[in-house]
Design a binder for this molecule. Structure first.
Ligand SMILES: [Zn+2]
Length: 372
């Protein structure tokens, strides 16, 4: 099942070597940006350590142990993640009905569609109660596993007191127990925690890998897969979301802005601005800008390298737009730099109408001046 993880050859090889030489560290820290396969690799690693198959390709995914893991029902699999402030008893019970429902919804999302981000209402962290539950469970004897697996997701989301409590566990880990921490923010973790773990780095996914995952596993059409993997910047989760949900909408928004600017439709742009006032939030605006950047890039490539175009389906519109442009070569570069700057401003929560206006007039510079 490790073969399902793509683009992380080095990390997988390191773990496979550990398994085949039976040199398993007591604690691992998987780090790297979001959406590159850290959780799935940690999960499969735990499965592989307990897989009952004699095949060299472990985890097999079909033996009794693998089955229990895949259902999240293995008695020796402990899984912690940031939650809202639930009352979790030391034995791991959540009494409150609606909290329990949320908690289970998180687990079922993880089981069935781990590429989707699950949002709890309200703020989350790994709470002291969760660490106390972990310590309670680690004090019990192992049920049936070769290695008890404890997976802690977003391990950076512990406050100081919780991290210190957890450090005690890490300093004296019980026998035959493997603790795997997963984080996107290595620098936030206590150095005393980091130094007790074997670090495994996960690189951003190469674009080509994301493209083929989208096409092969998510039935995305090749042009969308290409755009989504360009925009997602190494994050598979983002690329899947873009391809499945918002891509066409944001792409259309981008195309509309480009056309309005190219054909000098300022009045229409103003009307558009009124309508989209509530519609466009910061995150989506960034995606719209990313789409625009690809369109602008395509405009620059059109006359010399048309084989490299991304938006192949819009080639006739782009060709027409290009005839209205003044200085595509240098102009495009300048526009792309301004876009980068705008994206930074969005992160600082600048009013989205202002950003849209700035986008419009930045694009205008590429095209012929208003007709008299
Ligand atoms: Zn198995």
């Amino acid at each position: 099942m490790f073969r399902k993880i793509r683009g992380q050859t080095r990390a997988i090889q390191l773990l496979n070597n550990a398994i085949s030489h039976d040199r398993i560290a007591q604690a691992y820290l998987f780090h790297g940006r979001e959406g590159v396969g850290k959780f799935m690799t940690a999960f499969y690693f735990g499965m592989a350590l307990n897989c009952l198959s004699s095949s060299e390709y472990r985890p097999c995914g079909v033996c009794a142990s693998c089955h229990k893991f895949l259902a999240f029902e293995h008695p020796d699999f402990i899984y912690l993640f940031p939650t809202p402030n639930y009352k979790i008893s030391p034995t791991g019970e959540i009494k409150d009905g609606s909290s329990l429902k949320e908690y289970e919804a998180y687990l079922s999302n993880k089981r069935e569609s781990p590429w989707k981000t699950f949002f709890f209402p309200g703020s989350t962290e790994i709470r002291k109660e969760s660490i106390m539950m972990l310590q309670h469970r680690l004090n019990l004897s192992i049920h049936e596993a070769a290695y008890r697996i404890c997976l802690i997701e977003d391990a950076d989301q512990m406050n100081q007191a919780t991290a210190n409590a957890f450090l005690k566990t890490l300093e004296e880990p019980p026998q035959r127990t493997v603790i795997i921490l997963v984080t996107q923010r290595l620098s936030v973790l206590l150095p005393t925690i980091v130094s007790r773990c074997q670090l495994v780095y996960f690189n951003p996914l190469p674009r080509s890998v994301m493209e083929s995952i989208l096409i092969e596993s998510f039935a995305v059409d090749p042009p969308t897969a290409r755009t989504a993997s360009l925009i997602a910047d190494g994050n598979l989760k983002t690329s899947i979301r873009i391809a499945q949900e918002s891509s066409s909408e944001n792409r259309e928004l981008a195309l509309k802005l480009l056309s309005l600017a190219a054909y000098d439709k300022e009045l229409e742009f103003n009307a558009f601005l009124q309508k989209s006032r509530e519609l466009v939030s910061g995150d989506y605006l960034v995606e719209v800008i990313n789409h625009l950047a690809i369109f602008v890039n395509d405009l620059a490539l059109l006359s010399t390298h048309s084989e490299l175009l991304t938006n192949i389906d819009q080639i006739s519109l782009l060709t027409d737009i290009a005839t209205r442009s003044v200085n595509l070569g240098e102009g495009c570069l300048e526009v792309l730099l301004t876009f980068e700057d705008l994206k930074r401003k969005i992160a600082g929560h600048v009013n989205s109408s202002l950003i849209l206006i700035k986008i419009y007039f930045t694009l205008r510079k590429l095209f012929l001046p208003p007709s008299p």
